[in-house]
Design a binder for this molecule. Structure first.
Ligand code: 13P
Length: 340
């Protein structure tokens, strides 16, 4: 493991008020999003879609890293250049989702465990050889009656830590993503409590497995009420609760925290990040950034519709959404300009 390279890469992933773009949807997730819009679920259209995204002019003004999926890292632009090379040439660090998705956890109804540790060392060696410099592993926790259980939290935290250790051994920066889902009618206080417990357990496991905190990026959820909770807290309340939870749980050695959007609207995700920066930036030990999927892509996907003629408009929307988050990282995002 080259410690200095790992630390440099982790710092570069949260530098210059830029963020990460998650375009690592698995076959089934990407297909589901296509199906909703009536876009045919083919390998060629998934390739076309990713080409539209990564060839967006000026994307590097706001994005410093892109998380890809295995299918995408083996694909090429129409002109023959590989996606990985194009990103690297444009100053965007290429990364890769390496978890194998979630399955039902045995003996724990309603809970999921993330798979993918088998052969991970070999896969990481292959990806490092292709020029991929960071990886992502996502664990999910559902809030419900009696869940998540400690058993589910510990099993997923252990897998996250073992994945992170393998990544660092290979010189790849791990993005550690424990996601407490927004689905449900739970309160923001309940989300806080569960997220705090999850993050404590994750960092305990990272310590036990000897993972170097300076060489990883944490990708958590924000502290938000469930999507169907009757009380939806204000942007400022969400910002305050999120920072309070992270200050309690995330060691100062971690260089950066890059939020997932998790189903928030593009505007709310940006506005909440913006509020955290405005209210707390000077007091935080780590960079606060974004690693959004839907919150950056969705408007562009809605416009694209699988049609070549829509590419210029879709790219305009993608560029705009990414720049909104670049502004949010500087405390300069104005939600009013977006929704009125
Ligand atoms: P969302 O921002 O759409 O939640 O996606 C981020 C991600 O990478 C989920 O694993």
């Amino acid at each position: 493991m080259n410690t200095k390279d790992l630390i440099d890469t982790a710092k570069a992933m949260v530098a210059d008020n830029k963020g990460l773009l998650a375009i690592d949807e698995s076959y089934s997730t990407c297909n589901k999003r296509f199906a909703k819009l009536g876009i045919p679920e083919t390998e060629e259209l998934r390739r076309d879609y990713r080409e539209m995204i990564i060839t967006t002019a000026g994307l590097d003004e706001s994005i410093c890293g892109a998380i890809l999926f295995d299918e995408t890292v083996h694909q090429h632009l129409k002109d023959g250049s590989s996606f990985v090379d194009v990103l690297t040439f444009n100053g965007i660090i290429p990364g890769i989702k390496v978890d194998g998705g979630t399955v039902a956890m045995a003996g724990h109804p309603g809970e999921k465990i993330t798979e993918g540790l088998d052969n991970l060392r070999d896969r990481l060696t292959g990806y490092a050889g292709m020029g991929l410099r960071f990886a992502k592993w996502r664990a999910v926790f559902t809030i419900g009656k009696g869940i998540p259980t400690q058993a589910c939290i510990e099993a997923n935290a252990n897998a996250l830590a073992r994945y992170a250790a393998l990544c660092q051994e290979e010189g790849i920066v791990p993005i550690v993503e424990p996601e407490v889902l927004m689905d449900g009618d739970h309160t923001m206080a309940h989300c806080f409590e569960v997220t705090e417990q999850v993050l404590h357990t994750v960092f305990n496991q990272l310590n036990s497995q000897g993972v170097m905190l300076e060489g990883l990026i944490l990708k958590p959820n924000m502290i938000v009420p469930g999507l169907s909770c009757s009380k939806q807290e204000s942007i400022v309340e969400v910002a305050d609760a999120t920072v309070k939870c992270l200050l309690r749980t995330v060691p100062a050695a971690v260089p950066g925290i890059a939020f997932l959007s998790g189903g928030q609207s593009s505007e709310l995700a940006s506005a909440r990040l913006n509020a955290m920066i405005v209210r707390f930036k000077s007091k935080l030990p780590w960079e606060l950034s974004f690693s959004f999927g839907r919150a950056i892509q969705q408007p562009a996907l809605d416009i694209w519709q699988g049609k070549e003629t829509n590419i210029p408009e879709a790219q305009k929307a993608l560029y705009h959404q990414a720049m909104c988050n670049h502004a949010a990282r500087q405390g300069e995002y104005m939600i009013e300009k977006e929704i009125f």
